[in-house]
Structure formats: C-alpha cells, structure tokens
Design a protein. Structure first.
Length: 533
C-alpha cells in the first residue's frame, strides 16, 4: 500500500444544520474540511455507514478539492438514520451523527420490474422514452439552458450523455474551447491521470441535477472511444479506469436519477476486453449501495447481457427494429428489459447512421414497443441535437410523445408480445388489452380475430383506429363480441371486420368492455380523440 497521505485537519463539519432533515430519496452530504498533502485521490480511504432499524448502507467518499472531503447518502426510507465515518486517517474516522429522512414526492431510482420492464422504487411504472445528448454537458451555458428549455417541452424522460467529452477540434480552440477536464491538466502533455479535477465534476453534477429537476433519468456513459489519439481518455490503464469508476460512483450514486452505462460502443475501445468491462461492472455493483441500473452499449461486438451484473440490455443493432419479431426473441434470450438505445437517427448527416426520416424513426419506435421493448430517440439535422443539444428540429419527437401517451395509458405492467411466434405486430395484456401496429402495410380492413389466450366466448371489446403519424385516434362504432374459440384464435361472433383507411403507419387499440378494468399506469394521459380520420 502506498504511503498514507498526511492531513493537517483544521476543521471538521458534518453537513449543515439544514441538512439534518433530508427528503426521502434526496441527498444528504457529510463534509469534512481540512488541508491535504499527498494525493487523496489515491491514498485516502473514506466511507460512512448509515443505519436505520435493520437497514444499512455504506457509500464511499471522495476528495472534492480545496481541502473538502465528502460522503453522499440517499436515504431510501423515511425515519431517523445514524451514521459513522470510516477512514484510514484517524482525524476523518469515527465521526458520527444523525439525520431525519422526511416524506417527499421523490419516486427513487428506477429498477427492473416484471422481468422486462421498469418501475421507480416507490412502485410507479417507468417507461423509458429517451433521447441522445452525448455532449450537452460540455456546451456553453447558453446552449445548456436552451437544451433544458427544449427538454421541458419534449416527450422524453431519459437522456443518454457522456461523462467525458470526445476529442473534437472545436473543444481545443475557439469559443467552445474546453478548459476543464476530468483529470488535472489541460492537454495530453500534462494530464495527471492520478488526480481528478473537482471543478469538472462540479459542472457535471449540476447538469445531472438539472435533468433530475425536470424528471429526467440520466444514462451516464462512463467510457467511450473517440479521442483519435489526442487526449488519451480512451487509452487509460486498467488501474486508472478502476479509480475513475469508483470516483463516479462515489459522486453520483446518491443522485436518484442515475443509470450506469459502462461504455458507448465498448468494442471500439480496442485495449479493453469484455473481461475488463466485467471488472468495471462489478466495481459499480459493489460500491453503488442503491443498485442503480447497469448496462453497456455495444459496437461491432455485443457484450454478454446475460451476465448477472447487467440489469438490462442497452443495444445498438439497427436491424432489430427494422422488422417485427426481433425484440420478442431478445426478450426470450436475455429475460431482461430490452432498450434499443441506438436505432439510427433522424437526420441529414453524411454518415449513414444519421439519415432516417421522421416517419422511419417513428416506425422503429412502434416496432420496438409492440415487441415488448423500448427505444431511444436521436436526431442529427444540420449536425444538431445529439452532439450538443439546443433545439429539436425533427418531425419524430411529437409522434414519439403520442406513442408515449398511448403506452402510459395502457397496462401498468407494460406491453407483452401477444402470440409472438405467429402474431408479431401485437402486444398488450392477453384477454384485456391489445395494441396492433401495421407499419408500412396499408390494409383496408382487419377481421376481428384475436389469439385465444385468456379469451372466452361472450367477452366484449371496443376498438380505436390510431393514425400514428397524424396523431389521431378514431373510436370504432359499436362493440365486438367473441364467438366460439378455435384452437388458436377466436373471432367476433358475427365475423365483423374493422375498416381501415389503407394508409401506412396505422394501429389498432382493442380493450375489453365489461370485465375488470385494465390496471393502468398512474399519470398516463390518453391522447385526444378525433372522430374521423
């Protein structure tokens, strides 16, 4: 072990008096102040154990610059908590106190729920409708504020963003030049990868908090390629990477809106193997006391999402959402939530991954959702949004918002594929709720025939025709009553059909009438109905 750093401790304060009461799932902070010699980012061990009845959590602390050491805690239940600090330096060890966690509107971190879906810690369903904003945290303040204003009106509830900037020429010169980096120094020539730069993380923390205040989850991407041999953030050693992971967890695990993405396009970081990422996953799993969600975004080699430290699939595989049937297969393979986090972007980029029309991106969202999975938006119109945010110029966001309203007004346990081996374009809750999507097809009628599971003769249903592009919903007159079941299906007793307009991007919503009401997600707002297409 390296020689223990020496500390001349001038004062020690454990939180401010206002922090003695903290909201449930809010953040309580212990602050130990003093002057440091040596390297506290390497030599110091610091943590605290928080106890309430039989529950106990031990988050790690970190050095925050200017002689300040912090330990952050997110109380998961209401009541009084006692805490005591642990450190290899005697002046930081054994500091104790209490805090009171009070009831709040906070929902807590998002967890896996019902195998393939998500919910907040308080049990409220969470349906991820995310967007991609890789570099927004590295933009000028005016651009950040513009992005926040856009997100306030946008349909998204999750943001994928980098924890470390990619190398680009405009970050080293001109008005957008960066002056703060994760490590001490300003260029590859003088970066000290053994010392973190607190000022950099203060800015990143502020941005994560801003998104939390808007109700947005943050899928924080820890590692990435993209340095082009310049800064060297994507070629750091294993020991440096392990310290970086632990530092991020110590700083951000107490934010209720954090998801951990171990890497973006992990296989393009050529010196790291899947075994390295196994180790980083396990570090996060060990040191995050609250068990925030964990995944990794692939490139040309797909990581094994079956590994126990992976909570959900974060996939970049464009073909999976071009056709029906792939998402249900992925659900069967992994038995975890499937999030198609990169499905190409709406845009006019020279790169082939950024050339989708708004209609095609919206279509892919519908294919993902009716496959029992989720998808993430991205846009690169005139090089805008995914890099630095600002404003949205694409045509897909309002349509994605329309889909979100439909999904959130549906079954609270999420959409489940209906008869996935033979009816690949339908999901819902068998016997109660069905959402059919026809994509590019342009049917003029649809015979009222449903897969037989959970159905009985005499059940009655109502239907809505959904124009997913024009965002209109038309109730179908009357109801449908089921006749005798066959081995696989059951039809309306009078062989009724539904007349459709013969246009692409149409859907049907079918709900049972007269039975137990479908349990729906709280807060889900049904879209406005239109009487005619």
């Amino acid at each position: 072990m390296k020689k223990l750093l020496s500390l001349l401790l001038l004062a020690c304060t454990i939180g401010a008096s206002a922090q003695d009461r903290v909201e449930n799932f809010g953040m309580f902070e212990i602050a130990l102040t003093g002057y440091a010699a040596g390297n506290p980012d390497i030599d110091l061990e610091l943590s605290a154990t928080f106890t309430h009845d039989k529950e106990s959590y031990t988050p790690e602390g970190f050095y925050d610059g200017d002689g300040v050491y912090k330990i952050r805690f997110m109380p998961p239940v209401v009541g009084q908590w006692r805490y005591v600090t642990h450190s290899n330096h005697p002046d930081l060890n054994g500091k104790s106190g209490t805090l009171t966690s009070v009831a709040s509107a906070n929902k807590g971190p998002v967890r896996v729920a019902n195998v393939y879906h998500f919910a907040y810690s308080d049990g409220a369903p969470f349906r991820p409708f995310g967007t991609t904003l890789y570099e927004w945290a590295f933009q000028p303040e005016s651009k950040k504020l513009e992005t926040l204003a856009t997100l306030r009106q946008a349909p998204f509830n999750k943001v994928r963003m980098l924890a470390v900037p990619p190398y680009k020429q405009y970050y080293v010169e001109g008005a957008n030049r960066l002056t703060q980096f994760p490590y001490q120094g300003t260029s590859r020539a003088d970066f000290d990868f053994s010392r973190f730069n607190p000022a950099y993380f203060h800015s990143l923390e502020r941005d994560v908090k801003r998104l939390s205040d808007l109700g947005l989850q943050v899928d924080l991407i820890i590692f990435r390629p993209y340095d082009k041999g310049q800064w060297g953030f994507d070629t750091t050693s294993d020991l440096t990477n392990q310290r970086f992971v632990r530092h991020l967890v110590a700083r951000f695990a107490a934010f209720q809106n954090i998801w951990w993405s171990m890497a973006n396009e992990n296989s393009y970081i050529r010196h790291l193997t899947d075994e390295d990422f196994d180790r980083y996953f396990q570090i996060v799993q060990k040191y995050d006391p609250y068990g925030h969600l964990r995944s990794i975004h692939n490139a040309d080699r797909i990581y094994d999402y079956n590994k126990p430290w992976v909570t959900h699939v974060s996939l970049q595989y464009y073909n999976a959402v071009k056709v029906f049937g792939v998402s249900p297969l992925l659900r069967d393979i992994y038995r975890k939530p499937i999030v198609h986090d990169e499905i190409n972007y709406e845009g006019n980029s020279d790169s082939r991954w950024g050339q989708l029309s708004g209609k095609e991106l919206t279509r892919r969202f519908w294919i993902a959702l009716t496959g029992g999975a989720y998808a993430t938006h991205g846009e690169i119109l005139d090089n805008g949004w995914i890099g630095g945010g600002g404003h949205l110029a694409g045509t897909s966001p309002p349509r994605i918002g329309f889909l979100r309203q439909i999904v959130e007004a549906g079954p609270s346990r999420g959409l489940t594929p209906i008869d996935q081996a033979f009816v690949m374009n339908a999901a819902g809750k068998a016997g109660e709720y069905y959402l059919y999507y026809f994509g590019d097809e342009q049917p003029t009628e649809w015979p009222f025939v449903l897969p037989v599971k959970e159905l009985q003769k005499g059940m009655r249903f109502k239907a809505d025709i959904i124009d997913t592009w024009n965002m209109r919903i038309t109730p179908v007159p009357g109801t449908f009553e089921l006749g005798d079941a066959t081995r696989y299906t059951v039809a309306d007793k009078d062989k009724k059909t539904i007349t459709l307009p013969g246009r692409p991007y149409m859907a049907l919503r079918i709900e049972r009438v007269g039975g137990a009401p479908v349990e729906k997600a709280p807060g889900g707002k049904p879209p406005v109905l239109e009487e005619e297409l």
